[in-house]
Each structure stands twice: as C-alpha cells, then as structure tokens.
Write a protein that binds this ligand. Structure first.
Ligand code: ATP
Length: 141
C-alpha cells in the first residue's frame, strides 16, 4: 500500500497544487472527508469549504467553492470551480463580498436571488476563515 497521497488541485485557471502528502481533508457534498493513503476509491461533489492537506508536520489550507474530487488509494484529484491558497486570498475583497451579501439579505429586495446570495456569503466567510489560518487578519472596518 502506498504511504503517501499524490494530491492535485486544479481550477479552470491553473494547477494550484501538485504535491505528495500524508493526509487530505475535503468538504464533500455530504460532509467532511478525511483521506489517508489506502482510502477506498470514490468520487464526490465538493461544497463551499476548506481543503487542508498535511505534509509531515506542516498543514496547508485552501478555500474551495464547488467542484469534484476523485479519491484513489494513492491519489486525490480535485477539480475545483474556484479555489485559493490561504496566503493568496484577498482579505479586503472577501470582506467586501461578505458585506455586499449581508446588505442584500438585509434589504431582501423582491428580485433577490436568495440562494445565490447565501452562497456568496458562505464563500466570503470561508475565504476569511481560511485566510486567517495563514495569519492574514481581517482589518476592522
Ligand atoms: P467576488 O464577489 O469578490 O468576485 P465571488 O465569491 O463571487 O467573489 P467567485 O465567483 O467564487 O468569486 O470566484 C471568481 C474568481 O475570483 C475565482 O478565480 C476565485 O478564485 C477568485 N476569488 C474570489 N474571491 C477571491 C478572494 N477574496 N481572494 C482571491 N481570489 C478570489
């Protein structure tokens, strides 16, 4: 049995991660999935959430919004609609997206796309939480 997992995370723009790691955690559609080498094969949709992977004693974090993951015993491939490494998240942009979504929900206009706005809010909240993992702090405003 392989003792590492080859992880690839791909977005429509780029190859974001290609690394051998010891453990991967992904936000599956039906809940969090912790994956170790030798995991049974599966394919799952991803929701909005946090991906983390550990190499030795170092854990890396990414925000993800939708996509698919294929898990094989020695390999995890993630095709994400959008994903950002914690250190590359633009905190100000996420704060503004969060404020916009909250304001739209507060105003509750007749033509509000409620689901889309809730998803935008969730994306922004996850980005802020993941950015904080990298030591990026949200400036008070
Ligand atoms: P915004 O309203 O700020 O555009 P959004 O949630 O609508 O946010 P998405 O549609 O999820 O944005 O993503 C569009 C692209 O922008 C993707 O490539 C995504 O990785 C990138 N992106 C979105 N928000 C951020 C952010 N705060 N920091 C870095 N990249 C971001």
């Amino acid at each position: 049995m392989a003792d590492t997992l080859h992880l690839q995370i791909v977005t429509p723009d780029r190859l974001l991660v290609r690394e051998d790691c010891d453990q991967v955690q992904i936000p599956g559609k039906n809940g969090e999935l912790g994956i170790l080498p030798g995991h049974a094969p599966l394919i799952t949709e991803l929701q909005i959430g946090e991906i983390s992977y550990r190499v030795g004693t170092t854990t890396q974090y990414l925000a993800v919004a939708w996509g698919f993951a294929e898990v094989l015993p020695d390999k995890v491939t993630i095709l994400a609609d959008a994903a950002e490494r914690a250190e590359n998240i633009d905190v100000k942009r996420a704060q503004e997206a969060k404020a916009r979504a909250e304001e739209a929900l507060r105003q509750a206009a007749a033509d509000l796309d409620y689901d889309a706005t809730l998803y935008a809010l969730r994306r922004a909240e996850v980005r802020l939480a993941v950015a904080a993992r990298a030591g990026q702090t949200a400036a008070a405003h």
